[in-house]
Ligand binder design. Structure first.
Ligand SMILES: [Zn+2]
Length: 482
């Protein structure tokens, strides 16, 4: 059975047929780099990571593009607060985002365009829309004329008349807004800005591009006028994706994307968080207490279109459940363990490579179940239940060769979902290390007090072998890395 995807545009599950046989052009909206990423960003990144991994596993040649919005009012406002340059702020959070993605084992996209690198293309696109009568200039701004776009609102399932009255209300309540739009629903392709701020020269004067235009223009530049899959979080459906679609399609007279896929939210109860396990505001906070595999399992055990309620209890449950997979994976040949941090390794495991498991009845059945789940709109929840099924069979098996083979398969298929199944049970943090060392120093002090110099020397020498120097100071013994 071919891959089925739920298309937001049609509101239906559809058979996935690439525009060009064997190839997939995939674009997912990336972050606006003005603050640290949180669990919701982690979900979005992991969902798209898994979708592109699975398409590759299926034998498709994928070009996965995830952009960086590095110019935006949010960036400018935050940089004013912090009294630093907007590009400096954007770079800071871009580095942090990359560190988060690396730590989460999210594979890098094939192309990662940054908005500030495509200004000329954005200006050109806005100019072309004006020339075509789809957009107009007003006092240094350029607006998209929604009245000229027949199916505006189709993606977001919005009624244009409702939008108009809603927008009018908004304008009335924001008196400072210039009344230059022909229609309150029209949105900016270009906004004028004072020359003292960040901006670029354009045919309409100094200013900045609109957010929606950024994505339309980057998609056109790196992938072309029509792509297979456009994705993002469900909060982007309207207005962001609606507007991207309106601009691109009005200019090119062809669909921007064949399939529109959207992932749901993570609901985080602030109260629950602060009460139980402290504050997991950022991805880095989360990864201090949970491994990347645990975060991934927590996210992927829910289908990407369903919301997830975060709770420390469910995070803890994911941690426990992951151990079932990790323990079963330990039966694989030792050289297979602990490798594979760099995710591209898993791209070599695809349906062709999976042929090697077809001779084994258990694995052949498992393969069919795994593929059926993932083909069904990337149902990771069901696919993961089959990974657990295989893990239980591995643990129950008494046949060494069989166990080895199954464990190897478990690691390969878990890798398709981006799991490393690395055994992290013996990775202890700095706190634990310090406690163990102070215990050893205490034992050495006790031995010395009892004139048991054999034991005190043994502790000092063994620690030295382990790369720890013990020093006696006026304040008592202390240690440092050799
Ligand atoms: Zn976008």
């Amino acid at each position: 059975m071919p891959i089925q995807v739920f298309n937001t545009l049609t509101g239906k599950k559809e058979e996935f047929v690439p525009l060009e046989a064997g190839k997939v052009k995939l674009y997912a909206c990336g972050p606006t780099v003005y603050d640290s990423s949180h669990l919701g960003h982690a979900r979005m990144a992991i969902v798209w990571d898994v979708i592109q991994r699975y398409l590759r596993f299926s034998g498709l040649q994928v070009t996965f593009v995830r952009n960086i919005t590095d110019i935006d009012d949010k960036i400018i406002n935050r940089s004013k607060e912090l009294k630093i340059r907007p590009d400096q702020l954007a770079r800071h959070y871009l580095y942090e985002f990359w560190a988060d993605m690396y730590a989460l084992n999210v594979a890098p996209p094939d192309i990662e365009p940054r908005a500030t690198e495509y200004l000329q293309q954005m200006i050109l696109m806005a100019e072309d829309l004006v020339k075509k009568g789809k957009a107009y200039e007003a006092e240094g701004d350029v607006y998209f004329d929604v009245s000229g776009c027949a199916d505006y609102g189709k993606l977001g399932k919005k009624n244009i008349e409702d939008l108009k009255s809603g927008a009018r209300e908004q304008v009335r309540s924001q008196n400072e807004l210039k009344e230059v739009k022909r229609n309150p629903v029209d949105f900016a392709l270009w906004k004028s800005a004072p020359e003292t701020e960040t901006g670029w020269q354009s045919p309409w004067g100094f200013g900045r591009p609109g957010w929606h235009l950024e994505c339309s223009s980057m998609i056109k530049s790196v992938l072309g006028e029509t792509i297979d899959i456009h994705g993002g979080g469900e909060d982007l459906v309207f207005p962001h994706h609606e507007n991207e679609k309106a601009q691109s399609e009005s200019l090119h007279d062809k669909p921007l994307a064949k399939y529109w896929l959207h992932n749901s939210f993570v609901n985080v109860s602030e109260e629950k968080m602060s009460k139980s396990l402290g504050n997991f505001r950022t991805i880095a906070d989360l990864l201090r207490d949970y491994s990347a595999d645990t975060v991934r399992l927590f996210i992927l055990q829910t289908h990407y279109r369903n919301p997830i309620d975060f709770s420390p209890e469910s995070m803890q449950a994911a941690k426990q459940a992951l151990m079932r997979l990790v323990r079963a994976a330990l039966f694989a040949e030792t050289e297979e363990n602990g490798s594979g941090f760099y995710p591209s390794k898993h791209y070599s495991f695809d349906v062709k490579a999976a042929e090697k498991y077809k001779g084994d009845k258990t694995l052949s059945e498992f393969h069919n179940e795994f593929v059926a789940a993932m083909d069904n709109d990337f149902n990771t929840a069901v696919a993961i239940s089959h990974l657990f099924g295989l893990a239980d069979k591995i643990s129950a098996s008494k046949n060494d060769a069989e166990r080895k083979l199954w464990a190897k398969a478990l690691k390969d298929y878990a890798g398709v979902l981006g799991f490393t199944l690395a055994d992290t049970r013996k990775e202890v943090d700095k706190n634990s290390t310090e406690q163990v060392l102070s215990l050893l120093l205490q034992l050495r002090q006790d031995a010395r007090a009892n004139k048991d110099f054999k034991t005190s020397d043994l502790i000092r020498n063994e620690l030295a072998k382990a790369g720890i120097n013990v020093m006696d100071t006026a304040e008592g013994p202390t240690w440092e890395k050799a």
